[in-house]
Write a protein that binds this ligand. Structure first.
Ligand code: AMP
Ligand code: MG
Length: 368
């Protein structure tokens, strides 16, 4: 299959620019498109055969359900059995935006998109290209991240091209995404909402909207083989660079600074930077290609002889989220063999960053 790439001019966006993509979706094909979180790999969510193509293109296990993307809140009703009260409040507060909710599914949604579950995940994205495309297609669009299963999610059209060239019909290039980590996922089917995956709509924001929110254990730690996680996707190794990745964390420092939200983001643990430097130099002496993931606040402290990459400003965590997957992909192309990474706060947006980094590291976290 030949994969076409169409560059979108966001400043002069016209329906004509999206018509081919919409037609492909309507007729059961695959289109990658930008959303505000990461690039999605879209297919008609109501067409099992189209959804099956997503699994094939990504090499995704078929029990890992897809998120249905809609263009307006009124598109939700036909997909679900009911809209729980908490969901109503969350929709009002956060849609369109990076929040996915899990509902009991209606019979309209085929098991082929939900991994055989009787629930369906739904999100209304904030990206104008995404929403107009979905509206033009006239169907809900199942769209997991447009990467090969297990690789870091794509935050630019070129990342999609690297993984999907020859596997899908079309890539809409709408430039780099805004947020850079996937949507927050909340299960609203029970009495208390449960956070299944942290994202840019943070736990603290959710609690402000609906009160108490539980956190699924898969958010913070590894899922053991005998447990069935609520979000089936959480059991798979994810976001992983080819190199061995080790996170270095100073827990005491993190705790001390998390009382001080806002100001703490500029503080850096010297124990972390020193440990990373020592371990990285030891590996380099053995002849390995070593990478370091750090921040603008610390980048000057590391040896220039190593591959040192800053994710952005610790004082502006949204920059860290924005650059995370791109840096992991860059290390893949540099064929780095070992990566040491600084760690981040475990609350607010830091929870989403640490969730992705910990998974990418296979939970290999060195405490100093
Ligand atoms: P991705 O599309 O790559 O961002 O992954 C979608 C995530 O949503 C995976 O972790 C899925 O397990 C999760 N998910 C999708 N549908 C459901 C559902 N019905 N119940 C629980 N988790 C879901
Ligand atoms: Mg994904």
């Amino acid at each position: 299959m030949k994969t076409k790439v169409t560059v979108i001019d966001r400043d002069a966006l016209r329906d004509e620019d999206l018509e081919e993509a919409a037609r492909i979706l309507k007729t059961g094909g695959l289109v990658a498109f930008p959303t505000e979180t990461v690039y999605g790999l879209g297919a008609n969510a109501l067409d099992e055969k189209a959804a099956a193509k997503i699994y094939a293109a990504k090499g995704r296990p078929s029990d890992n359900p897809l998120i249905a993307h809609i263009a307006s809140p009124s598109d939700l009703k036909p997909l679900v059995k009911e809209i729980p009260e908490a969901a109503g409040k969350l929709m009002k507060a956060w849609w369109p935006g990076p929040l996915t909710m899990i509902f009991p599914k209606s019979s309209l949604v085929p098991g082929g998109t939900t991994g055989g579950l009787d629930t369906v995940a739904v999100r209304m994205p904030d990206d104008e290209v995404a929403r107009r495309l979905i509206r033009l297609a006239g169907v809900p669009v199942a769209a997991p991240s447009a990467n090969t299963s297990g690789r870091p999610s794509p935050t630019e059209a070129d990342h999609v091209y690297q993984d999907m060239d020859g596997r899908i019909d079309l890539i809409l290039d709408g430039g780099p995404v805004g947020i850079g980590v996937e949507s927050t996922i909340v299960d609203v089917t029970g009495p208390v909402p449960i956070l299944l995956r942290p994202g840019a709509v943070t736990l603290e924001m959710l609690e402000e909207t609906v009160g108490a929110v539980e956190v699924d254990p898969a958010v913070t730690g590894p899922v053991s083989a005998d447990v069935k996680p609520r979000a089936p996707g959480m059991k798979y190794r994810h976001y992983a660079p080819k190199a061995k990745l080790v996170l270095v964390e100073d827990e005491e420092w993190s705790r001390a600074h998390s009382r001080d939200y806002g100001r703490r983001r500029t503080a850096v643990s010297q124990a972390v930077t020193r440990t990373i430097t020592r371990l990285a130099m030891e590996e380099a002496k053995k002849g390995r290609r070593v990478g370091i993931i750090c921040t603008d606040e610390t980048v000057e402290q590391y040896p220039k002889s190593l591959w040192v990459r800053s994710l952005g400003l610790r004082s502006r965590e949204e920059t860290i989220a924005h650059n995370l997957f791109g840096v992991l992909r860059e290390f893949d192309s540099l064929e780095v063999e070992v990566i040491y990474s600084e760690s981040f706060s475990r609350d607010h947006l830091g929870q989403a960053i640490m969730n992705r980094l910990s998974k990418a590291a296979g939970y290999h976290i060195l405490k100093v």
